[in-house]
Design a protein around this ligand. Structure first.
Ligand code: DGJ
Length: 548
């Protein structure tokens, strides 16, 4: 190695030490200072969720719908611990919080916060308000059982649909009051920012009818499209303002319903944000991203991929439009990640299937700068009788738990590296046992299905199932953070014509303590001669490269 190469290595070692020390210092300072309100920050085309003044990665777990009751929490925490989650998503039920009009009961939400603090996790609260999976089943009974005040969507045939009308001033005002009350309560009682983000409604929209065909809805549908929406969609018309049908043709029904639902939720979200400006998001039940079904065969009105611009224009108080991904094949899954990772939208996966297949795909989300990821149904409350769908076990969580066990100790560093655009991450694709990542003069290869010894030049076979995953972050010119499971990572010079060869100058395995990398051993010999091999152990390496 020449002296320039040596200097580079020394400077990159110093850089990465400073980087991780900075993370640690930031963390300590944040603990000392008053905690700023969490916020979404957008810089250089990338997003981060800032918590305590620095990027935060939500290693999330969402509990079952009826588990956010104090009596159930003893069955929640063991699953959260087994999962190594740093953030728990828990519902707040409007029917519980406002059992009588205007009388608010915060006892349940207070226990969620108190117990989350005891268990050293942050919370994302899910406001089960007007909409829950397209229906209104969490509206308090005093409001829900009155067709005059809480009307349903009326389908094209005139029959009522199990979905709240987005045009009821009574339910809108009720939701605004209740949601604002919740936000005011959090503002008053959560100075330590245990709650870092709020989901406004749950999978809002309508199953079973493309839109509301009630007389009131029909009148609006036949009226002009709001001018600001047309402007936002670059659809300025010459002459008279167009109706929905004139402006959008065959998409008119779907667009109209998306605007109607988004308009309602904007008013709830804006009122809540005025009380306490936490980041807010809306989650979406998806349509097939590759072969979309025709409405009403998916949940219309929600933030599906075809109406994201309508939601962005209509509901600016919502910071993130987020996909609930229950698709168990890679092509669909990645397509959804790409559709929601947009210049105007941070990627966040607030719900996803607990199927083992999904666990490696967490790395694909990381590679698209996700601000968080959260498998659904993570608690031990299930008493299913069905052997095909048994209750959750610790073993079933293992493929996800290993991800969080690896990333958890360096979550702040990973969030910062991602926000700075320095991180790439991938998951294995069946039939494609080799992936290549570019880092300027260095090319990283991630291969799957190779033995830990030997086979430097033999082709990888792939794992029997695609369980491999890896992340690589550039800490300096020749210095990288490398971690993964069931794969081999190696580096080569990108310039194939170069006569120089790569050598590992130093490979350190370490732990992160308060964000600072503490080496526990140097990898050399069999551990580096064939590349950097990762199995099922949570191992993070700092790698310095040189040439000879
Ligand atoms: C998506 C919903 O958002 C969740 O609340 C829950 O109902 C799951 N579906 C169940 O799969």
């Amino acid at each position: 190695m020449n002296s320039l190469g040596f200097k580079r290595i020394v400077s990159t070692i110093a850089y990465s030490a400073v980087f991780f020390v900075c993370c640690g210092t930031l963390r300590m300072n944040a603990q000392k200072a008053d905690h700023p309100i969490p916020k979404i920050v957008h810089r250089d085309g990338r997003y981060a969720l800032f918590v305590d003044g620095a990027p935060y990665l939500m290693l999330g777990a969402q509990i079952n719908n009826s588990s956010a009751w104090p009596a159930m929490l003893p069955k929640v925490w063991p699953a959260i611990e087994a999962m190594h989650a740093n953030t728990v998503e828990m519902p707040v039920y409007w029917e519980q919080m406002e059992p009588q009009e205007g009388r608010f009961d915060y006892t349940v939400v207070d226990s969620l916060l108190a117990q989350a603090r005891q268990h050293h996790v942050r919370l994302v609260l899910l406001w089960f308000g007007t909409w829950k999976n397209g229906s209104s089943h969490y509206m308090p009974l005093w409001l829900r059982n009155s067709p005059d005040t809480s009307p349903h969507v009326i389908g094209a045939t005139g029959r009522a649909v199990d979905s709240p009308s987005p045009y009821s001033a009574v339910t809108l005002n009720g939701d605004i009051k209740a949601f604002s009350a919740l936000m005011n309560h959090l503002k008053a009682t959560d100075r330590q920012r245990t709650v870092i983000m709020i989901q406004v409604q749950n999978e809002p929209g309508t199953w079973g009818s493309v839109r509301d065909f009630s007389p009131e809805a029909q009148k609006l549908f036949e009226a002009a499209v709001p001018g600001d929406l047309l402007t936002a969609l670059h659809k300025q018309a010459d002459g008279a303002p167009p109706t929905w049908q004139q402006a959008f043709g065959e998409d008119a029904d779907v667009y109209f319903h998306a605007w109607s639902v988004a308009h309602y939720i904007q008013q709830v979200a804006a009122a809540g944000k005025a009380a306490y400006p936490l980041p807010l998001y809306v989650n979406a039940a998806l349509r097939d991203p590759l072969k979309p079904a025709l409405p009403p065969n998916y949940e219309t009105g929600g933030a599906t991929d075809n109406v994201l611009p309508i939601w962005k224009a209509t509901a600016p108080a919502i910071d993130v439009l987020a996909p609930d991904i229950y698709m168990n094949d890679r092509e669909h899954y990645l397509k959804v990640l790409d559709l929601y990772h947009r210049p105007d939208n941070p990627l966040f996966v607030p719900e996803t299937s607990r199927s083992a297949f999904v666990a490696p795909l967490f790395f694909e989300a990381l590679g698209r700068q996700t601000i968080g990821f959260s498998p659904f149904g993570v608690d031990f409350t299930s008493t299913s009788q069905n052997p095909e769908w048994p209750g959750l076990t610790k073993e079933a969580l293992a493929p996800f738990a290993m991800n969080y066990e690896l990333i958890g100790p360096m979550d702040r560093g990973i969030a910062r590296l991602n926000f700075e655009g320095k991180l790439q991450a991938v998951a294995e694709e069946k039939g494609k046992p080799l992936q290549t990542l570019e880092f300027g003069p260095w090319e990283a290869t991630v291969s799957y299905g190779l033995p830990h010894f030997g086979s430097r030049n033999s082709p990888p076979a792939g794992n029997p199932e695609p369980i491999g995953r890896a992340l690589i972050a550039q800490l300096g010119d020749n210095r990288f953070l490398v971690a993964g499971f069931f794969c081999r990572v190696d580096f080569h010079l990108t310039d194939a014509a170069s006569t120089q060869q790569r050598q590992f100058m130093r490979v350190e395995e370490g732990n992160f303590q308060n964000g600072v990398f503490k080496p526990i051993r140097i990898w050399n010999g069999d551990q580096t001669d064939w590349g950097l091999n990762f199995g099922s152990a949570p191992q993070a390496l700092q790698v310095s490269l040189g040439t000879y």
